[in-house]
Design a protein around this ligand. Structure first.
Ligand SMILES: C=C(O[C@@H]1C=C(C(=O)O)C=C[C@H]1O)C(=O)O
Length: 464
């Protein structure tokens, strides 16, 4: 659905308006590095079990930093964990529980995409690691398609904390950014119109395709991933927030360039497996939110009864049911979707729960069966993949893949890698896509993808 003219987009939590300055950046970073008054390097290392994944943060908030140029620091266990994030770390949050992986015991950067091969090799590496005293857990991102290596690794240490970081964005610096869309809006609308010809042709069995576009942001100073993470966690504590260090890409990375990091806040649970319980929550069918509460509520109601969006959603819910059913002895897929919101969008959502038929089925086995869902690719999958290859003038790489963790017991939590950006020195490449069905309208898909960029734009300090 698109935004009617005349209604401003809803302001995004976490967007700030003050100009950027190197001094302010530096001060903000220093504040994030220091916790409880003790420099990070003087604090004893803590281990996997010291910060269990239970309960809210028990410690009181840190003393607010004085002075207008000092940014507030995130408080509590989550804030302390965030302060330990460094370039090269890996971060993943789900349900207000946060994982920070530092160092690398083993790279699992298989060239295989999500599939049975990756699942088998990763599970055996995790069991070997656990049997040899390692954490037996891998964190990272898996690509949308073949040709991009998995950015998955077993870290030296994995630290966990629960809770929220609070509202800490107000004092963080804003960066001046220069934005270039690729493809441009008119070209993206043209690609959607081309897809519609296929979707409306009677002799074509294509029913849905997801088409995306990018926005390249250039900033005057190198982007601080920890500041982005802080803003994302603060703006939406319930999102799947992540930062994954990506393997070097010889085709794009000039020698001596900084790391390449995938950062985002996804609203969509692709799959979680905890013991024999499986959950998923596909999203499809979206409407940009509006700052006027009456109009915002009207859009939510319109989305819930929009035939076009209900069709777009049903295609996804059916595919998830079909993929998970063979692995489950019990599977509940509600017949009618419900509403979910992020700071920028309304979505139709189907919360799916199942019980595994076999305890040997791992989260990666289930990912191999599920990915790519029609929330990110289309139906039929092969035809949609080909059309995406023809119409998208860039490589998605990790965008619309999976991001999360998995362990030696077969458990794992994976979000759909959306509402994200690839950060590399002073360049940030944002990604956004939208599901196209026969009843779609190109201009509305331009508006929807624009709203989807706003999660990452707000984290960059770009307001409405
Ligand atoms: C592809 C994206 O989102 C996906 C597409 C949606 C849609 O078309 O309605 C909704 C949620 C996601 O499954 C994105 O956010 O970039």
């Amino acid at each position: 659905m698109g935004a009617p003219p005349g209604c401003a987009a809803r302001p995004v939590a976490g967007a700030v308006g003050s100009p950027s300055a190197d001094a302010a950046r530096h001060t903000a970073l220093t504040d994030l590095l220091v916790d409880d008054g003790a420099p990070l390097r003087d604090r004893p290392p803590y281990s996997w079990s010291v910060m269990p994944l239970t309960g809210p943060a028990p410690t009181p908030a840190g003393t607010p930093a004085p002075g207008p140029t000092r940014a507030p620091r995130p408080a509590g266990d989550a804030g302390r964990l965030l302060a330990d994030y460094r370039d090269g770390s890996v971060w993943f949050s789900a349900d207000r529980r946060h994982h920070l992986g530092t160092g690398t015991r083993r790279e699992l950067s298989s060239a295989e995409g999500i599939g049975p091969g990756l699942s088998a090799s990763t599970t055996s590496a995790l069991r070997h690691d656990r049997d040899h005293g390692g954490p037996g857990i891998a964190l990272g991102a898996l690509p949308f398609g073949p040709g991009t290596p998995a950015a998955l690794r077993i870290p030296d240490t994995v630290h966990r904390a629960a809770g929220t970081v609070g509202n800490v964005t107000a004092g963080l610096p804003a960066d001046l950014v220069d934005l270039v869309p690729h493809p441009g809006e008119a070209d993206y609308a043209h690609a959607v119109a081309t897809a519609l010809l296929r979707l409306r042709a009677e002799d074509d069995d294509l029913r849905k395709v997801v088409l995306s576009r990018t926005l390249r942001a250039r900033t005057p100073a190198p982007v601080d991933v920890r500041v982005l993470l802080t803003r994302l966690l603060s703006a939406d504590p319930d999102a799947f927030v992540y930062a994954v260090d990506l393997p070097r890409d010889p085709a794009r990375d000039e020698p001596g360039g900084g790391p390449r990091t995938l950062v985002g806040a996804s609203p969509e649970l692709l799959l979680a497996r905890h013991g024999d319980t499986v959950t998923a929550c596909p999203l499809a069918g979206s409407a940009p939110r509006c700052e006027d509460p009456a109009e915002d509520a009207r859009r939510a109601r319109a989305l819930l009864s929009s035939a076009k969006d209900l069709t777009e959603h049903a295609v996804v819910a059916d595919a998830v049911r079909g993929a998970l059913a063979p692995w489950c002895r019990d599977l509940d897929v509600p017949a009618v979707p419900e509403l979910r919101s992020s700071a920028t969008l309304w979505h139709l959502a189907t919360p799916v729960t199942g019980v595994l038929a076999s305890s040997s089925t791992t989260s990666l086995d289930l990912l191999a069966a599920l990915h790519p869902t029609p929330a990110v690719c289309g139906v039929p999958v092969d035809a949609a993949r080909r059309l995406i290859g023809d119409l998208e003038p860039f490589d998605r790489r990790y965008f619309t893949g999976a991001v999360g963790w998995c362990d030696a017991d077969g458990d794992g939590e994976w979000a759909v890698t959306i509402r994200c950006a690839e950060v590399h020195d002073r360049t940030v490449t944002l990604f956004a896509g939208a599901g196209i069905v026969a009843a779609s309208d190109p201009d509305a898909e331009v508006a929807e993808t624009a709203a989807k960029f706003r999660t990452s734009l707000a984290a960059l300090g770009v307001g409405a």
